[in-house]
Structures are given as C-alpha cells and as structure tokens.
Write a protein that binds this ligand. Sequence first.
Ligand SMILES: [Zn+2]
Ligand SMILES: [Zn+2]
Length: 141
Amino acid sequence: MLTGSCSCKKIRVELSGQPQTIALCHCADCRKITSCPYSYNFIVLKSDLTVTGTPATLPKMSDSGKAYENYYCNDCGTPVYGTDVSSDKESGTAVIRAGVFDDLSMLQDSKPTIEIYTAKRLKWIAPVEGCMQFEGMPPSA
Ligand SMILES: [Zn+2]
Ligand SMILES: [Zn+2]
C-alpha cells in the first residue's frame, strides 16, 4: 500500500495496486497545473485509489475533447490527481501526481515508462533514457 498526501496533509491518498503506467507529461496544461516544467504521474485504476478529505475540483477539456476533472487541495493548492469523468468507476483510470507519495525510495524506483507531449518539452530537459517518447498523446489513448 502506497500512501501520500497534499502539502498540508488534509487530502490523503492510498494506492493498493501497482501503477499501470508511469508517465511524464510535457503539455502546456500540466505545466500550468503543476507550475513545473512537466508533470510526473502514476496512471492507476480508480478502484485501486482511495482518497480521503475533500479535494476541490477543476473541470478541464482534453485535446481529444474528453471531459476531465483535476482535483487539488483547496487549502494548500497541491494538485493531487485527475480523471476522465466519463470513465468507469471500476475499470477507469486516474492520473495521480506522483509527487504526493511519501516514500522517496519508491519514487526513486519508479522511473517513467513513457513521456508524452515531448514536442513541448523544454529544450534543456533531456529525454529519460529507455523511456517511450511521444510528441503528443500515445496512439492508443
Ligand atoms: Zn493540502
Ligand atoms: Zn499533460
């Protein structure tokens, strides 16, 4: 069981399964949402994720026209996770901002498997070695 929280700890997350994908995203939205050069995300089954506390919701439309909701802490502002609102509660996925997890050694071992929106990657950031690279969304998504 992996645990994590926002900066002020009012929102807590528990993850019971393994992430399906570990992704860096260089898109403009992620840059704004995180106020960092890119986002570092665990894509997980919604059914593996337990969130306690009451995160605030920010609706967002993806490039492909899907309605997303991003959840963040209303007190400290930490972005916690996002999800495709139309996806199934059991089989659907959520995108956790992996910086919320507490265990640094777990994060050390959680090298990204995919980088997306690399066309928007800042020029001074190198691709992660051995990581699949996509200029936009991967074709399957
Ligand atoms: Zn907080
Ligand atoms: Zn993104």
